[in-house]
Design a protein. Structure first.
Length: 342
């Protein structure tokens, strides 16, 4: 199979040669004792990139979300999140299992939380009701197709959060994709939320890991939760070295992924039997709407033509561009879809 045409996820990216070289020569120590210099360097650089005080390297984005929920909540509390958000949908029920909290959801058309709608969901101070303890924003929003939360909307969400003394957390798995799409510095996000994290293992191409960023005090508490969850990784500077390369070399390159996704979206939207919301396709995710029940069939037919995509329900396919998707890979997908849908 042509690996250039595997659009299932940007997590499929393999480490670059520069990452492999950095991993081979990384200076390491025991990170649980706080003695891995490469991890410390990655955490400091990550915090600087988003304008926050400190960072914490964790194995995965799921752990980052679960640490954030645990940090800000107590059992019996409630969090507010978009109805299709990752923290609610794709993390195995972790918020209930680990933190003992429930989720109050806001359904949206585009994955962007409406500040007024969020404010309406915040519970009154009543012993009969669960306490609203956290507001979660996903930026970009995966299921909505890589949709970006506008900075003006984030400002209003932050105002709502402050007014009700409820912390604001950002699941920023593809944070740098969001910043690129809106033409802003990622520090703009850090100045508006209480905690955020971003993935190194998606479009940035590192083999594993995410970094949580917040105040020093909060990161110290996150470190304790990471230990409880089994996230202490000892001589993990080997992975952190790849993360440093990802931050230094991978962020600007995301523009290539966005351009290829936009091309794919335009070409596929013109095909009979397929529709793409071009206005929403601003990052590296392309959601293709097909006829009812056709996603499984089209996925199988794409596979026979050397193209992989991920079904999202019975009628939707997700394509994600990344470093290992070339112009030729995009063309291969377009030709395959043209043949199948015609």
């Amino acid at each position: 199979m042509n690996l250039e045409a595997d659009f299932r996820s940007d997590t499929l990216t393999r480490p670059t040669e520069a990452m492999r070289e950095a991993m081979a020569r990384a200076e390491v120590g025991d990170d649980v004792f706080g003695e891995d210099p490469t991890v410390r360097e990655l955490e400091q650089l990550s915090a600087e990139r988003v304008g926050l005080e400190a960072g914490l390297f964790v194995p995965s984005g799921t752990m980052a979300n679960q640490i954030a929920v645990k940090l800000f909540t107590q059992p019996g509390n409630e969090i507010i999140a978009e109805a299709r958000s990752h923290v609610l949908t794709f993390e195995g029920g972790g918020i209930g299992l680990i933190s003992g909290v429930q989720c109050r959801t806001l359904e949206t058309e585009d994955g962007v939380l409406d500040p007024g709608g969020v404010e309406a969901l915040i519970r009154a101070d009543d012993i009969h009701l669960p306490k609203t303890a956290l507001i979660c924003v996903e930026n970009t929003h995966n299921v909505a197709g890589g949709v970006v939360t506008p900075l003006a909307t984030l400002d209003r969400l932050a105002e709502v959060a402050r007014r009700h003394a409820v912390p604001l957390h950002m699941d920023g798995a593809r944070l740098f994709n969001a910043a690129l799409a809106d033409g802003i510095d990622a520090r703009e996000y850090g100045s508006r939320v209480d905690l955020l994290w971003f993935a190194l293992s998606k479009g940035l191409s590192a083999p594993a890991g995410s970094v949580i960023c917040a105040s020093r005090e909060r990161i110290a508490l996150c470190r304790r939760i990471r230990k409880v969850l089994g996230g202490g990784m000892r001589q993990v500077g080997i992975l952190a070295a790849a993360g440093l390369v990802a931050l230094e070399q991978g962020v600007d390159r995301l523009a290539d992924d966005h351009e290829r996704a936009a091309r794919l979206a335009r070409e596929v939207d013109a095909l009979p039997g397929a529709r793409v919301d071009l206005a929403r396709t601003r990052t590296n995710i392309v959601m293709v709407e097909l006829g009812a029940g056709n996603a499984a069939y089209v996925t199988a037919e794409l596979g026979r033509r050397g193209v992989r995509a991920l079904p999202f329900g019975a009628s939707t396919l997700r394509f994600v561009t990344h470093r290992e998707i070339s112009d030729a890979g995009v063309q291969q997908a377009i030709l395959a879809l043209t043949e199948i849908l015609s």
